[in-house]
Design a binder for this molecule. Structure first.
Ligand SMILES: NC(=O)C1=CN([C@@H]2O[C@H](COP(=O)(O)OP(=O)(O)OC[C@H]3O[C@@H](n4cnc5c(N)ncnc54)[C@H](OP(=O)(O)O)[C@@H]3O)[C@@H](O)[C@H]2O)C=CC1
Ligand SMILES: Nc1nc(O)c(N)c(N[C@@H]2O[C@H](COP(=O)(O)O)[C@@H](O)[C@H]2O)n1
Length: 272
């Protein structure tokens, strides 16, 4: 390994062993599939909120669980967020674990592909956006933007393509795109595993009854803090069958892993 970067994070192997049963493994013989392995992973407060208010980035993960998130980023082909998060956070969406490409490793080995769901082309990224800067510096990959036809202007499309990113166009008239379609497009473009980080809109859709079968694992950091009403909440639509209210889903094969002051909850979601 080349010299590790000074800002690289470390995730100890005894912690990794606890999380590993919930992350993707490559099958010995690859079989055709309609979607990648999907890991839904995010951090919430004790009142199930992702941030203090819409549009406000809120650091919830402590240093140990932050390192875990970067370990997960190194183990997935892609990392996906909604446009609300891209606009609010100006995120890096790269992996800063020691030993990956740009942080002591070669090339872009271990760097996930950022994917931003932006049907209306609301993300006004520029060469100064963190994710593009990191791609230009060889410390991350350029994003793929999932957008409605013609919603990303030529200048921004060119900016992406010059860094080996691209626009994935959907004929959606700028409205909702089904998650099966999005995931199918990703797998057809070579993404075998994707970690979905948020935000509220994306997570609540993926936890909704009709999408439960699309998510393979949930890895959820819970931070010991209450944010108070008015934040971005994780709470999927209710499940009602034959006029009866039912629980939406439940995690199976559950493991609770304490990491610093936080606890990380891992499991496989199933209809309750
Ligand atoms: N604590 C944590 O782990 C995390 C926290 N966050 C926080 O979450 C907040 C952002 O959440 P939120 O505002 O809900 O935004 P999101 O990032 O969830 O983006 C939501 C938007 O994405 C687009 N979108 C989502 N699903 C689809 C779909 N199926 N088809 C087409 N478009 C889709 C829509 O865009 P459009 O409206 O243009 O149609 C939608 O309004 C921020 O404050 C951020 O800091 C984010 C990630 C992780
Ligand atoms: N795991 C986790 N913990 C938190 O406390 C967070 N606020 C987030 N947010 C997600 O991470 C992105 C920002 O990190 P980078 O700049 O990409 O390193 C942000 O956009 C959310 O997806 N996650």
């Amino acid at each position: 390994m080349a010299n590790p970067a000074r800002d690289a994070l470390h995730f100890p192997s005894h912690h990794a062993q606890q999380i590993d049963p919930y992350i993707p493994t490559l099958p010995a013989t690859p079989t055709p599939t309609t979607k990648p392995h999907v890991t839904l992973t995010f951090a919430t407060s004790l009142d199930s909120q992702l941030s203090l208010a819409p549009g406000i980035q809120t650091a919830l993960s402590g240093p140990e669980s932050k390192a875990m998130t970067h370990y997960l980023r190194s183990k997935h082909d892609a990392i996906l967020i909604g446009v609300g998060t891209a606009v609010a956070d100006n995120p890096s969406l790269n992996c800063r674990i020691e030993g990956v490409g740009g942080y002591g490793g070669e090339g872009l080995e271990g760097q996930p592909r950022p994917v931003v769901i932006d049907p209306k082309g609301r993300w006004t990224f520029s060469a100064d956006s963190k994710v593009l800067k990191l791609a230009a510096e060889g410390k991350g990959r350029a994003p793929w933007v999932v957008a409605g036809l013609g919603r990303v202007d030529e200048e921004r499309r060119g900016m992406l393509e010059s860094l080996r990113g691209k626009v994935l166009e959907f004929d959606s008239s700028g409205s909702s795109i089904s998650w099966s379609e999005i995931l199918n497009r990703l797998v057809n473009d070579g993404v075998k595993s994707v970690m979905i980080e948020g935000g509220g809109g994306v997570i609540n859709e993926l936890l909704a009854p009709e999408n439960v079968g699309l998510v393979d694992s949930v890895i959820l950091t819970i931070a010991p803090v209450w944010l108070g009403k008015g934040g971005v909440q994780v709470c999927p639509d209710a499940r009602v069958e034959d006029g009866q209210r039912l629980a939406v889903s439940r995690l199976k094969d559950v493991k609770w892993v304490p990491l610093g002051d936080d606890v990380v909850l891992c499991g496989h979601p199933r209809l309750a």
